[in-house]
Design a protein around this ligand. Structure first.
Ligand SMILES: Cc1ncc(COP(=O)(O)O)c(C=O)c1O
Length: 357
């Protein structure tokens, strides 16, 4: 949070409505522009964004949504919470994202949508995923919660399918000084429905007439004002993350049993929400790095289908998604943020090397 961001929030508090003030619409306009989408609808969290995008696209209780189990639990919670059925396709080892080759096998008669997750800010293979979905007449919703500004074949994440969903949780590449989320779409009807559903299902222009079942999922005006300032910084911050990742790559490639993250390519410009290594010794490495004062994350230690709530509700078992399960046992994220310094990177690298002797 810079002083400018705090000042923007203060100005919003002084001069605007607390909810649905001018800054909300300005933030949406700027975010839509960044993604190249016709509409952006701000909401109170990434989970809310996913839920509304799914419901506004006609997915109902009893319909299945196929997503990646190697993700934050909210990817599936967003539709299981309203009675949607979780379907999971395995990921590919090369990019940790939905494997288009395994997608068809995960689709059944109840499946109505596919939700690729651009994990760690690395876009999924959207052309192939969209092809499978088109053949099966499925909606595609991008979970772009970790991929603000990431690019795939010249287009920006959030504009690669029927709708895109973002989170502004505090650790994301940009935030809004509290929880928040955004839905992007080019579909007028979906945008209109999302706008009404986030505002308690109010009919357009009315206060107490409700023509759709809705929720209180609005983004606060002061949060939107912060979001406007954060969004201005996003290109520079993403560039800094990519530069830091490049240094990590060059210094950690070949060290011990480490596997460095999926690489950028001519088609894919990632934004390194996380910098995630693979190792068979992650718990030992974690303990060692923590003893040196280096923070690490295990994103994600347990895939969604093996989370206690999912096992209990749906009877999912180990062995269902071998690649996701293997990767979830090996991943470990080391410090990555826009303003990480060369000294900090060197300290992390030297600590990792010391661990491997
Ligand atoms: C992949 C993914 N999907 C969905 C979410 C949910 O976003 P939120 O925490 O804003 O509800 C997050 C982040 O928290 C996420 O990382």
């Amino acid at each position: 949070m810079t002083e400018k961001m705090i000042e923007a929030a203060a100005n919003a508090y002084r001069n605007e409505r607390l909810t649905l003030g001018e800054s909300v619409f300005k933030f949406e306009e700027a975010f839509a522009k960044m993604c190249g989408s016709k509409f952006a609808i701000s909401v109170s969290s990434g989970t809310a964004a996913l839920q509304l995008a799914i419901q506004a696209n006609g997915i109902k209780a009893g319909d299945r949504v196929v997503t990646s189990a190697m993700s934050f639990v909210a990817s599936a919670n967003s539709y299981v919470a309203f009675g949607g059925l979780p379907g999971f396709a395995d990921v590919s080892e090369s990019d940790f994202n939905l494997d288009p080759a395994k997608l068809t096998g995960a689709i059944d008669g109840k499946t109505k949508a596919v939700m690729p997750v651009h994990l760690y800010g690395h876009p999924a293979r959207m052309d192939e995923i969209n092809d499978v979905a088109k053949k099966q007449r499925l909606i595609v919703i991008e979970d772009a919660a970790q991929a603000h500004g990431a690019r795939y074949k010249g287009k920006v994440a959030g504009n690669l399918a029927d709708a895109g969903c973002f989170s502004f949780y505090a650790t994301k590449n940009m935030h809004v000084g509290g929880d928040g989320g955004m839905i992007t779409t080019n579909d007028d009807k979906v945008a209109d429905l999302c706008q009404r559903m986030r505002h308690c299902g109010r009919a357009k222009g009315s206060n107490y007439i409700h023509d759709v079942i809705g929720y209180t999922y609005r983004l606060g005006t002061a949060n939107a004002a912060i979001g406007i300032e954060q969004l201005k910084m996003l290109p520079e911050w993403n560039e800094k993350r990519r530069a830091a990742a490049k240094v990590y790559d060059s210094k950690l490639n070949g060290v011990g049993d480490l596997v460095i993250p999926p690489q950028p390519s001519k088609d894919v410009t990632p934004v390194y929400h996380l910098y995630t290594l693979r190792t068979k010794k992650r718990y030992e490495l974690k303990a060692f790095l923590e003893s040196k004062g280096v923070g690490v994350g295990l994103n994600y230690e347990v895939p969604i289908h093996l989370q206690p709530a999912y096992k209990q509700m749906f009877g999912f078992k180990e062995g269902m998604l071998p690649v996701s399960e293997m990767l979830c046992k090996e991943v470990i994220a080391i410090p990555m943020f826009a303003d990480i310094t060369s000294e900090q990177i060197n300290y992390v690298v030297e600590s990792v090397k010391e661990f491997y002797g």
